[in-house]
Design a protein around this ligand. Structure first.
Ligand SMILES: NC(=O)c1ccc[n+]([C@@H]2O[C@H](COP(=O)([O-])OP(=O)(O)OC[C@H]3O[C@@H](n4cnc5c(N)ncnc54)[C@H](O)[C@@H]3O)[C@@H](O)[C@H]2O)c1
Ligand SMILES: N/C(=C\C=C\C=O)C(=O)O
Length: 471
């Protein structure tokens, strides 16, 4: 077992070290879980729903009051453009708490009137109780958004949490701790440990016997490891995992909308979005027209200082991830792909040490290529023609993943028909990443276990208890 040591946090646009982070030891993780357990038995566990709602709303206000602090922290950790973090990441850090405060304010349960042999009848009613101490393990692509997507419902339902942010992006989880203290969340309710996965804080947390449930967002292979750890002690898991999401463009689509929407789906956050599109299927009649316009749009992204409003594409999160993405760029070339756009490394004056790659579009590879079947998690996509609806559906479903899709067509019947046939958790029609936080969010197949969002989150963050009373 490693004694606690520090690790470097780097700014992906320059590679500069921005912080040294203390790696949590097994003892640190044990102390966090113990504090979380103790808090359940303290004021937090005795708090009424209205009191919890009031605290959640104070968290919303404090995150918004410290908006610029979260903005700076998130950009230094991820390198994402300020325009993106300001529009998506930080607002969702507050919105996630607001939506679950609203939810628990109105949630009800069920009751049954049960006839009895002596005709005295009985009532069967259900109550929801907190699951207990929840381990929250998060990825590096949308650090605040994805961490609060789990912490908000967990706290709303009366649980306590131990959060392990990604080693790449520790800052906003720590900053949220300052918010919790400022708004009066009792000690031990929100705990943060830092470190890596195997042999570090991640593994210490998922294997800790006093953790009652594990909610995880990350790669599918990591999800398998966490499921194995959760099996000891029979702990439930909620898993939001990887994807290789298809986009389908039919020949009657609004081309402007499809090009703009899919350029976001393929390149936003430098392709580091689980819901992003890495496989494009375009009906043959418009294939050339779409590809020409889509590639022109891909060339218009501007690299640069992530803190500049002019920048529309940032670096990848780390040198290691950049090497992974570039290995797929090399593989595509070796396998004979036609590189329609990009395929290399841009020169970014003033930021030459950043983890940059070009937005890239390929065609000409078979479905069986790892470039078309494996998740790359970069600003790249492979485009392929199809002839008819059945072929499009078959191509889209030819994957072991099942997270998201977007379908572009003006034919309403076809849109709904195709959406119901794609084996995913989330299907968008003529849009992408349009989120209603009350809807079920999650993946099918290797893309996840369970759904979170709105009332669906209650299934993981509470236990149901049925009480029968004879009248
Ligand atoms: N489905 C979704 O909603 C969603 C959202 C965002 C990202 N993702 C996925 O996340 C991946 C990118 O994020 P990443 O590289 O941080 O994923 P990752 O699986 O490498 O790491 C995620 C987190 O798990 C921790 N971890 C790693 N191994 C562990 C282990 N054995 N035990 C406990 N913890 C462990 C890491 O330290 C990190 O905090 C992509 O596959 C992407 O598709 C999915
Ligand atoms: N879970 C969510 C987004 C996931 C993005 C993946 O990178 C969300 O919008 O709630």
């Amino acid at each position: 077992m490693r004694a606690g040591r520090s690790f470097e946090d780097r700014f992906p646009a320059t590679g500069e070290v921005t912080a040294l982070v203390q790696e949590s030891t097994a003892d640190d993780v044990d102390a966090a879980v113990t504090a979380a357990r103790k808090a359940l038995r303290g004021p937090w566990g005795r708090m009424s729903v209205p009191e919890r709602i009031a605290i959640l709303r104070r968290i919303v206000d404090e995150v918004n009051r410290r908006f610029d602090d979260f903005l700076r922290a998130e950009i230094l950790d991820t390198g994402k453009p300020v325009s993106l973090a300001r529009q998506i990441d930080i607002p969702r850090g507050a919105a996630n708490f607001a939506v679950f405060a609203d939810l628990i304010a109105t949630m009800g349960t069920e009751v049954f009137q049960t006839p009895t042999p002596d005709r005295a009848d009985a009532l069967n009613y259900t109550i929801r109780v907190p699951r207990g101490v929840i381990a929250v393990i998060c990825p590096w692509n949308l650090p605040l958004l994805l961490m609060t997507w789990k912490v908000a419902p967990a706290l709303a339902c009366g649980n306590t949490v131990v959060v392990k942010p990604s080693e790449e992006t520790p800052a906003t989880a720590a900053l949220l701790g300052e918010v919790m203290n400022a708004v009066g969340v009792p000690p031990g309710v929100y705990n943060v440990v830092h470190g890596f996965g195997p042999g570090s804080a991640g593994e210490f947390l998922t294997s800790h016997p006093d953790v009652d449930g594990i909610t995880f967002t990350g790669e599918s292979v990591t999800g398998e490891a966490i499921m194995r750890a959760a099996a000891t002690g029979v702990r439930p898991v909620s898993l939001e995992l990887g994807g290789k999401n298809p986009g389908l463009v039919f020949d009657d689509a609004d081309l402007d909308a499809a090009v703009e929407g899919l350029s976001r789906a393929c390149f936003s956050n430098t392709g580091q979005v689980c819901l992003g599109t890495e496989r494009l299927y375009v009906q043959r009649g418009i294939f050339e027209a779409f590809v020409e316009r889509f590639c022109e749009r891909a060339k218009r992204f501007r690299f640069g200082d992530p803190f500049s409003n002019e920048t529309t594409l940032g670096p990848l999160v780390s040198q290691v991830h950049r090497e992974k993405v570039l290995s797929f760029y090399d593989m595509a070339r070796r396998e004979g792909a036609t590189v329609l756009v990009g395929g290399g490394v841009p020169n970014v004056p003033g930021f030459v040490s950043g983890y940059w790659v070009e937005p890239t579009v390929w065609t000409g590879l078979p479905q069986s290529s790892p470039v078309v079947s494996d998740e790359i998690f970069g600003p790249c996509t492979h485009v392929m023609p199809f002839d008819d609806e059945d072929e499009a559906v078959a191509l889209a479903n030819d994957t072991r993943y099942g997270l998201a899709t977007s379908i572009w067509t003006r034919d309403v019947s076809r849109a709904h028909r195709v959406a119901s046939r794609i084996e995913v958790g989330v299907a968008w029609i003529n849009c992408w990443f349009l989120r209603d936080l009350r809807t079920p969010f999650g993946g099918a197949k290797r893309s996840g276990v369970g759904r979170e969002g709105g009332a669906h989150s209650l299934e993981f963050y509470t236990e149901l208890r049925n009480i029968c009373v004879k009248l």
